[in-house]
Design a protein around this ligand. Sequence first.
Ligand SMILES: Cc1cc2nc3c(=O)[nH]c(=O)nc-3n(C[C@H](O)[C@H](O)[C@H](O)COP(=O)(O)O)c2cc1C
Length: 415
Amino acid sequence: MAYRRLSDGDGHAPLFTGWSARYGSGMTRLRLLTAGESHGRQLTTVLEGCPAGLAVSATRIDEDLRRRQGGYGRGARQTIESDHVEIVGGVRYGRATGAPIALTVANRDAGNWGDVLAVEAPTDAGSRAEPVRVPRPGHADLGGALLYDLDDIRDVIERASARETAARVAGGAVAKLLLETVGCRVVSHVVAVGAERAAAAPLRLDDVARVEADPLRCADAAASARMRAAVDAAQEAGDTLGGVVEVLAFGYPPGVGSYVQGDRRLESVLAAAVFTVPAIKGVEFGLGFAAAGLPGSAVHDALAHDAALGYVRRTNNAGGIEGGISTGDTIIVHAAMKPIATLRNPLRSVEMGTHRAVESRFERADVCAVPAAGVVLEAVLALALADAALARFGGATVVELGAAVDAYRARCLRR
Ligand SMILES: Cc1cc2nc3c(=O)[nH]c(=O)nc-3n(C[C@H](O)[C@H](O)[C@H](O)COP(=O)(O)O)c2cc1C
């Protein structure tokens, strides 16, 4: 990578050109790509930019894969699949080497789909799978078939499926491990399913074990029971439900993000990450939409100074971000998930080609996937938070990253 030293000895810090100004050297950008089809042989994740020295454990990744598969209201597929990661690159003797980390998750159902998803075209045209021609409303089916000029919607279904989120949960689990090295923990809980809402009580880290033990990953046991009844009623009616998840990042370092350009604002980075998750249609930070209906005196977090802690806010209505910069308080994000679009009582659709009015097809589907979406949201937010922290503090190794975060915290205390 060519770079030019712009100012040497003229009293200014050296400037470099020739690579991304936003992220500095390529070493400090965390990038994730996934590949694979819903019923293909496997999902593949490549996570590049992970600092060397991070302890990476398949057990920890599997734990998040298991959490993604759970939750009241999920469909039959979760009983077929029992996801397990294989680490196939970038980790040696339990530690990240700095090379891209490659992960695979096998699709255990793939054996039943070999002919449908064969890589090679069958020599005998008669053994091709029957093409799917009826797009499901509320899915990528119609838009994807038109975009890629496809005769068979199967190509869209296979890649647009939320099965892909398992690959991101695997990569996100590594990002969580990285964040833990700087004292940050990313967790989530379900705060609404359909019309049922949990009591609004701030979640503490002590509550997490209770959340994980709840079938809907909800901290309010009474609300969870009402939510489960709502899921049962929707299932009986051939319908589906969405909901709201709260994701919290405890202990995220202060000073990440910036106000100097809109795309550096931490909310803009995190909102984009939230919207990488299928079916997510709304996002809030801190008080979010509720702040719009309150007077300023009830919204803004007053400042104070504490000899041991430095500058503090006694409340956290801002959700851990002010002026696009992390404050050091818990980052609080709400994400709204629409109800699952695949209904047992089918919606109206149109057969592509013939334009005949038909009923939508029913593919095996969840009635409610809000608890699982919470685990996916943890993953995508952990990836974005880790990427932003690396962009801010740098570090080819976890030790360097930790030292830079500690130095910034110490600098803030001295002001
Ligand atoms: C964890 C998770 C599980 C999902 N499960 C299903 C499902 O079983 N059936 C379904 O129709 N949609 C499911 N979805 C939602 C679809 O993937 C999504 O609505 C669809 O791809 C269209 O994208 P859009 O809603 O963002 O427009 C799930 C989403 C997530 C995050």
